[in-house]
Design a protein around this ligand. Sequence first.
Ligand code: COA
Length: 215
Amino acid sequence: MQVAINVADSSHEKYAQAVCNMIEGAAINRGTGIAKRKPEYIREKIHKGNAVIALNGDEVVGFCYIESWEGQKFVANSGLIVHPEYRKTGLAKKIKSKIFMLSVKKFPDARLFGITTSLAVMKINSALGYQPVTFSELTADETFWKGCKSCSNYDILKRTGQKMCLCTGMVCNIPARKKKGTVSWEQFKKFLKTHGNHFPLMNSLYPKISKILNK
Ligand SMILES: CC(C)(COP(=O)(O)OP(=O)(O)OC[C@H]1O[C@@H](n2cnc3c(N)ncnc32)[C@H](O)[C@@H]1OP(=O)(O)O)[C@@H](O)C(=O)NCCC(=O)NCCS
């Protein structure tokens, strides 16, 4: 398998429909999953350099994009999808690592978060330093929660007044805290030295993160 994983640029806009088809197919299969997206929305993400695409030749086999809310205070890496024939090969892990780095670079002050019912995503997020939280720790921006409307479990979210649903909320605020002064780089390095084996992906990305944020 020769898969190339890159930050998407305008030459990749032609894959927007294929990405939407993959997302829709996965949602139908699981009965839940990623909020439905229109090709124009995906195209815009690609155009703005806010997406990562995995290609095997001319076939799109994986995708993920960045969304931001509340004036870029909150950022999520959304729409993670891997073509069914390419799953369980570590592809999602690579895509998430790439989009994680892109997010840190473009939104160094943001709190990175996500919601998911997927065990695979929970594993990847945990390796990146995300921790489970209640929905109170996530963005309150209505446009984010509107994205859940196309999920088959939306009635639960509505019934609980947006306090809980089947998804687990996860937050990674380790890099973001640096600029807010809550965690200094020295503290962060010490933290990784002691606990880094619990966050293997974060640990391996640390030299790059450090370079970006210390510029
Ligand atoms: C979720 C998804 C992106 C995972 O992609 P993938 O390329 O198969 O994932 P990886 O191979 O990188 O695996 C990452 C980890 O998850 C585990 N994993 C993968 N699929 C799994 C599954 N179905 N059940 C449990 N664990 C799984 C892997 O074993 C690996 O764990 P490890 O770190 O302990 O080795 C893919 O299954 C998919 O596209 N699903 C449909 C869309 C979806 O649910 N997206 C997430 C919305 S939040």
